[in-house]
Design a protein around this ligand. Sequence first.
Ligand code: GLC
Length: 474
Amino acid sequence: MPYLHRLGVDVVWLSPVLRSPMQDNGYDISDYEDIDPIFGTLGDLDALVEALHERGMRLVMDLVVNHTSSEHSWFRDSRTPGSPCHDWYIWRDPKPGAHPDPAAPAGTPRGDEPNPWMSAFFGPAWTWDAERGEYYLHLFAPGQPDLNWDNPNVRLEIFAMMRRWLDRGIDGFRMDVINLISNDQARATTDPSRGELDMVFQFEHMALDQENGNRFCPIPLHLPAMKRTRARWNLGLSGHGWNALYLSNHDQARPVSRYGDPVSHRHASATAWAGMLHAHQGTPFVYQGEEIGMANYPWADISELRDVETLGYWHEHVEVEGENPAAVWPGIVAGSRDNARTPMQWDGTPGAGFTTGDAWLPVNPDHLDVNVAAQVGVPGSTFEFFRRMISLRHSLRVLVDGDFDLLEPDHPVLWWVRRLWHGRTFDAVANMSSDGLLWDLPEGDVVLANCAPPVHGHRPADRLSPWEMRWIVS
Ligand code: GLC
């Protein structure tokens, strides 16, 4: 907590910590009222809330209510005729007249599913339940049955549960898979006058380097597409709704590996991306380790990975469809969600200061150089860049409320964002490439930079080094 406080964090978002069989890292909750023992106790959570509040920080918890775990008592009870939970999930009869194949291998259709929907984690979205004699719907893993939100009692039960957590002292929720797909809906739902949501995470910019939005099929990013997408969401929500700004979370590969150059320009590329993102309007999110430039893990074999989505994709493509493993593998390495889920790198010791035991995933070998202890208080480190950037976000009003403009939208490597507020101009300019770039920079005070400033006579002022980024105020 002192670390987050030092970084300047206002609100902490915890991924799910409630009781769960952990088929999907806690996004499969089996008891909404208790903390999973692998994380601690309710008493620990109370202590966390208190310690955050003492430091003026707040806590947001993940609210996973599209589905529960199949081990939740509601789901088990829903198998029993006459149970109050009988209709709490989406149960359907098999398709009439179809002939199921009871021996169909796991992850493949039996043939009499109610419809051909596929789950987000691969394989059919319907699983046959022999005990109830019906199929149940799961948009994600079979262990994540979808709740039936058309049932008013489900809603009342969830609302009461949310109320209990708020009464306990938590400050808000991040709502998992509450799907807001268009700008218009996002703008309306986050309009403060409606009292619904404070902000929205959209995924459009996350799909720009993927074929058909498939994280396991990476394609090169075309920077102008990224610039325009971010600009469109900025302009679309401005004055009404509110954006969440992110490049990284528990579901995404590490941005420095995905969009930057972790080998030759780790610090500069990590901070160029961060500085440009945080120059937009909205609430910026920093995912653990992003602030020290943590990168993807150098996976060598599928047996090292744990993520249910990754393993589902591998199973479907390699084991079911017989694709060449060597052809599927590079997409796994680049796209797996496990890239974001390796232990936090606190120091260069074995276990990275996170644990002396065995963690759920291996520690990235780069923790020898890339770790908190090597960066906190060290001028020019990635951590100190983030700290300065966050403090500017707190003090520069133009970043909160300023009008937005995207300049040079078609330039392939220059990213230039301008914000205007009450006669003040704020420019964020970056060279998003590993080559130098000649560009006439706007005049003004450089309030944030990720490379040493040009020394007169040493380097021309209009030359941007690889991944050089500046915030300029005038
Ligand atoms: C969201 C979560 C993800 C989870 C899924 C199912 O996409 O961010 O981690 O696997 O929902 O709950």
